[in-house]
Design a protein around this ligand. Structure first.
Ligand SMILES: Cc1cc2nc3c(=O)[nH]c(=O)nc-3n(C[C@H](O)[C@H](O)[C@H](O)COP(=O)(O)O)c2cc1C
Length: 321
């Protein structure tokens, strides 16, 4: 897939997920075959102000490429400055978040709230475009509601503002995560837009990914929730796309080894702080063992997971790892 001057080896993109798609999760998904990863949303205002948490999101390692850094905010100048900082930190592209429906974000007029203020979104895109040299991408939903679909405006705006690719999560802001994503909107945006389109919403398997490409003509497929605790989803999508047999999800000790690899990457990204890494890792672990016999026992033990030794003990119980 080509996004401006950025080329990724395959169409499969790890979605931005606040609290999840940190350096460690990105590493796991890349190792499995993700062609492109997007960071968690980086709050522009906090970044520009120099807040430590926001700056930490811009620590990009040499192996973590190609990487899109997503910024969220609603002031054009601040977004432009945040994008410039992201580029300086090593981003291969910058993505503007106009899709997040969380009230924490929309109350400040950011994320999906921008779908109800298209002139402001356009000012943001123009300001960011002139602030960076790397490709600019945009992530949207269909519109605020089904009565107010904005994708035709988005198609025009991306062409006018020099946006290099657009991702659409095929739900409205009002739908949040309910119902099914309606991929027919991805197909319509593919017709209207002149840039590559990355389809998103409810891709949970390799079969889903290929079907989305076939049914919509999208150039890229973005997967989010299904990759949590299943980074091998990317290996499965890639194999299906290349016409190879789709590998099964690893089981038993193989899965335990992947879980430990993820944890170790997180410790390393946390400057060796096992306790901090363990706290962050709890939610990932719950997903790595979901559906397995013994998962309940692991979930009960999550709150006391504080270090690698504790993780090894839990894994031994469910995965014989
Ligand atoms: C926990 C969580 C955090 C998310 N954080 C972001 C975010 O920071 N930026 C963004 O654009 N979308 C965010 N999203 C939305 C996802 O990127 C994606 O659009 C959505 O989950 C639909 O894709 P999926 O069905 O493959 O999960 C988040 C979703 C989840 C579940």
């Amino acid at each position: 897939m080509r996004i401006g001057g950025l080329v990724s080896d395959n169409p499969f993109v790890l979605a931005p997920m606040d609290g999840y798609t940190d350096a460690a999760m990105r590493r796991m998904c890349r190792r499995a075959g993700a062609g492109l990863c997007v960071t968690e949303m980086v709050p522009a205002q906090a970044l520009v102000r120099g807040a430590r948490g926001a700056r930490a999101l811009l620590r990009i390692s040499e192996e973590d490429h190609p990487l899109v850094v997503q910024v969220v905010g609603n002031d054009p100048d601040t977004m432009a400055e945040a994008a410039r900082m992201a580029e300086e930190a090593g981003a291969d592209a910058v993505d503007v978040n106009a899709g997040c429906p969380s009230r924490r974000v929309t109350n400040g007029g950011s994320g999906a709230a921008l779908l109800s203020d298209l002139p402001r979104l356009e000012r943001i895109l123009r300001a960011v475009r002139v602030a960076i040299r790397v490709p600019l991408t945009l992530k949207v939903r269909i519109g605020p509601t089904l009565d107010r679909v904005v994708l035709p405006d988005i198609a025009r705006m991306t062409a006018d503002c020099g946006v290099d690719a657009v991702t659409v999560h095929a739900r409205t802001r009002a739908q949040r995560f309910s119902g099914r994503a309606d991929w027919t909107w991805i197909a319509r945006l593919r017709e209207w837009a002149t840039t590559p389109v990355i389809g998103n919403g409810d891709v949970a398997s390799a079969g889903d990914a290929l079907r989305m490409m076939r049914e919509t003509g999208c150039e890229g497929v973005m997967a989010g929730r299904a990759a949590i605790g299943s980074p091998w989803l990317f290996a499965q999508m890639l194999a299906a796309w290349e016409g190879r047999p789709v590998p099964e999800a690893p089981r038993g000790p193989d899965r335990a080894a992947r879980v430990l690899e993820h944890f170790d990457a997180l410790v390393s990204a946390s400057d060796g702080d096992e306790r901090r890494a363990a706290r962050v890792f709890r939610k990932h672990l719950a997903r790595y063992v979901r559906g397995l016999p013994g998962a309940l026992r692991v979930r009960r033990g999550l709150s006391s997971l504080n270090d690698r030794a504790g993780l090894v003990a839990l894994l031994h119980e469910v995965l014989d790892g």
